[in-house]
Design a protein around this ligand. Structure first.
Ligand SMILES: C[S@@+](CC[C@H](N)C(=O)[O-])C[C@H]1O[C@@H](n2cnc3c(N)ncnc32)[C@H](O)[C@@H]1O
Length: 279
C-alpha cells in the first residue's frame, strides 16, 4: 500500500503541472484574442451605426458593455453605491489635481467669467477648483443622486445641480463651455451625446473633454470626436503611469473632418468670425 502511494505521487504532480501550464496558456491565448478583437472592433467598427438594423446595433452595444472594464456605461444603482461608499473621494487627491487645473485654465482663457455646463459633475470638484470669480453661471448634472446631493451643499445663487441622465437631459439655457470631465465612456454613443449638446453652446463656445486613456474603447472615443470636431488645443497629463488627455473642441466646425490641431488659433470665436467673413 505504501509502495503504491509512493509510485502514484510523481505522475499526479506531473499531471497537475501539465494541467496548470495548459490553463495558463489558454488564459494567455484568450487575452491575446481579446486584445486583437478589441483593436479590430474599435479601429474599424466603433461608432458606425448599422442603418436599418437597430436590433443588431443594440446587440453589438450590449456585447461591448459586457466586455468593457470600467470604460462602458454603468447602471445608476452602481454609481449610487459607489458614491455612498465614498469610492470617488479620491478625485480630490493630489494626483488628480493637474487635470482639474488644466480644465480650469482652459475655461478661464476661452470662456472667461462664462456660463459652464459640467456633464457628469460628480460631487462638484470642478466647481470647487474653478473659483467663484471665474464663471457667471455653473450647471452640473449627474446620474447619481448621492453625488448631486453632496455637490449641492456647495450650491449658491449662480450654481445649479441636477440629477439627470446626460444622454437624455435637455438644458433650458445655453453655455459658453460644456465640460465632459471623465464621463464620456459611460455613454452608449459618446459622439451622439456631444452632438445633442451642440445646440446648447453659444456661438464660439467650446466643448472640453478629459479622457483617461487606458483602453481601446477610450482611444476610439477620442478618435471619433476628432473626426467630427476641430480640436483647438490638447494637453496630455501623465502621472505615475496614469494618462489623461484633455482636449478643447470647436463644435462650430462640426461636420468638417479635421486632421491637425491648430495650435495658433486663439479661440473658436475668432475661427467663426473668419469663416463668417469668408462666406
Ligand atoms: C469618473 S466620475 C467623474 C466625476 C467628475 N466629472 C469629476 O471628474 O470630478 C464619472 C461621473 O459620471 C457620472 N455619470 C455616469 N453616467 C452618467 C450619465 N449617463 N449621465 C450623467 N452622469 C453620468 C457618474 O455618476 C460620475 O459622477
Amino acid at each position: 500500500m505504501i509502495g503504491l502511494v509512493k509510485r502514484s505521487g510523481p505522475p499526479a504532480d506531473l499531471a497537475a503541472g501539465i494541467w496548470r501550464a495548459a490553463h495558463r496558456t489558454e488564459r494567455k491565448l484568450a487575452a491575446c484574442v481579446r486584445r486583437a478583437y478589441d483593436k479590430a472592433y474599435y479601429r474599424l467598427l466603433f461608432g458606425m451605426g448599422i442603418p436599418f438594423a437597430p436590433e443588431l446595433s443594440r446587440k453589438i452595444s450590449a456585447l461591448e458593455n459586457r466586455r468593457g472594464r470600467g470604460d462602458v456605461p454603468i447602471p445608476a444603482a452602481a454609481w449610487e453605491l459607489q458614491y455612498r461608499g465614498g469610492e470617488w473621494a479620491f478625485l480630490r487627491a493630489l494626483d488628480q489635481a493637474t487635470r482639474y487645473s488644466v480644465i480650469c485654465g482652459y475655461l478661464q482663457q476661452l470662456a472667461p467669467k462664462g456660463r459652464v455646463l459640467d456633464i457628469g459633475c460628480g460631487e462638484g470638484v470642478l466647481l470647487e477648483r474653478l473659483g467663484m470669480d471665474n464663471y457667471s453661471r455653473y450647471v452640473g448634472i449627474d446620474l447619481s443622486g448621492a453625488a448631486v446631493e453632496r455637490a449641492a451643499q456647495k450650491h449658491h445663487a449662480r450654481s445649479l445641480f441636477v440629477q439627470a441622465d446626460a444622454q437624455t437631459y435637455v438644458p433650458d439655457e445655453t453655455f459658453d463651455a460644456i465640460v465632459f470631465n471623465e464621463v464620456l465612456y459611460y455613454f452608449d454613443d459618446p459622439p451622439e451625446v456631444l452632438r445633442r449638446y451642440r445646440s446648447r453652446l453659444e456661438p464660439g463656445g467650446v466643448f472640453i473633454t478629459s479622457l483617461y486613456v487606458n483602453s481601446e474603447r477610450i482611444r476610439a472615443i477620442g478618435r471619433a470626436l476628432k473626426k467630427v470636431y476641430r480640436a483647438l488645443d490638447e494637453v496630455e497629463i501623465s502621472h505615475d503611469g496614469d494618462r489623461w488627455i484633455v482636449t478643447v473642441f470647436c463644435p462650430g466646425h462640426g461636420g468638417e473632418p479635421v486632421r491637425n490641431l491648430a495650435k495658433e488659433a486663439p479661440g473658436c470665436r475668432q475661427d467663426e468670425e473668419e469663416v463668417g467673413a469668408r462666406n
